[in-house]
Design a binder for this molecule. Structure first.
Ligand SMILES: Nc1ncnc2c1ncn2[C@@H]1O[C@H](COP(=O)(O)OP(=O)(O)OP(=O)(O)O)[C@@H](O)[C@H]1O
Ligand SMILES: [Mg+2]
Length: 235
């Protein structure tokens, strides 16, 4: 199956998404009686305290490509180095903030919009945020990049063939899809649009979790997001 084409209704979905995004982009707050309050402690103050720069590692890839596994492993590695991180993980968020959303194209777009706004707030607190969502639509990820700010948005593509993801099937979802129990499953019956120029591509097939984490951490260090080795190691 092509990663980019091949599903009936793709064109209609793209149009629907484009319209929805336009609405969201141009949407003013509902109330006219709200005024932005500028805080006194700045993001830079918080970043200096933490010895890191706030950013978002936006993991994207098929179900089973390793988003949750690597996001949490990166968090652990960085935490052990004395950094402060946060993981926003698909299923967890759908238990709360996004519990009202399903997996249709419009709900997927709204899901990503909310995550991007939450991730942005966390980067303003100085955190290294990892998001672990399939986020199959390129335009939604681009929208997240716009919301968060391109210089802090690091798209990490876990490039794993669907066959390998199905072989792993850590949640038994592919088996359910094959039994016809899940409609609109990304990579099978719903499209996945691979990133065009992600900051980082990790083909996790045939790679250990540690090696994948090494790549992410090296990238963050290379880009200067981890400005000190971490507070713990300074003690
Ligand atoms: N190098 C690797 N990196 C990450 N995961 C790997 C790697 N090698 C094998 N795996 C395995 O692949 C599986 C990835 O599952 P995981 O739940 O992290 O995927 P996911 O992308 O979060 O899926 P979903 O979108 O359904 O939440 C795990 O069982 C993990 O142990
Ligand atoms: Mg996951």
């Amino acid at each position: 199956m092509s990663k980019e084409r091949g599903h009936p209704g793709d064109a209609a979905r793209r149009v629907q998404n484009a319209v929805l995004r336009k609405v969201v982009e141009t949407m003013d707050p509902k109330s006219k009686n709200i005024v932005f309050h500028q805080g006194t402690v700045t993001r830079e103050d918080r970043e200096q305290r933490l010895g890191q720069r706030g950013c978002v590692l936006w993991f994207t890839g098929l179900s089973g490509s390793g988003k949750s596994t690597i996001a949490h492993a990166v968090e652990l590695r960085l935490f052990q180095l004395g950094h402060l991180c946060q993981v926003l993980d698909g299923d967890n968020i759908r238990h709360g903030l996004c519990r009202d959303l399903g997996f249709g194209a419009t709900d997927r777009t709204e899901n990503i919009r909310r995550i991007a706004e939450v991730a942005k707030l966390s980067t303003e607190a100085g955190l290294v945020v990892s998001t672990a969502f399939i986020s199959p639509f390129r335009a939604d990820r681009d929208q997240a990049r716009t919301v968060i700010g391109s210089e802090r948005f690091l798209e990490v593509f876990l490039d794993v063939p669907v066959d390998e993801c199905e072989r792993r099937d850590p949640k038994g979802l592919y088996a359910k899809v094959r039994r016809g129990e899940i409609p609109e499953f990304t990579g099978i019956s719903s499209p996945y649009e691979a990133p065009v120029s992600p900051e980082l591509t990790i083909p996790t097939a045939g790679m250990s979790i540690d090696e994948s984490v090494d790549q992410v951490v090296a990238y963050l260090q290379g880009r200067g997001f981890l400005s000190s080795p971490g507070r713990e190691s300074e003690r």
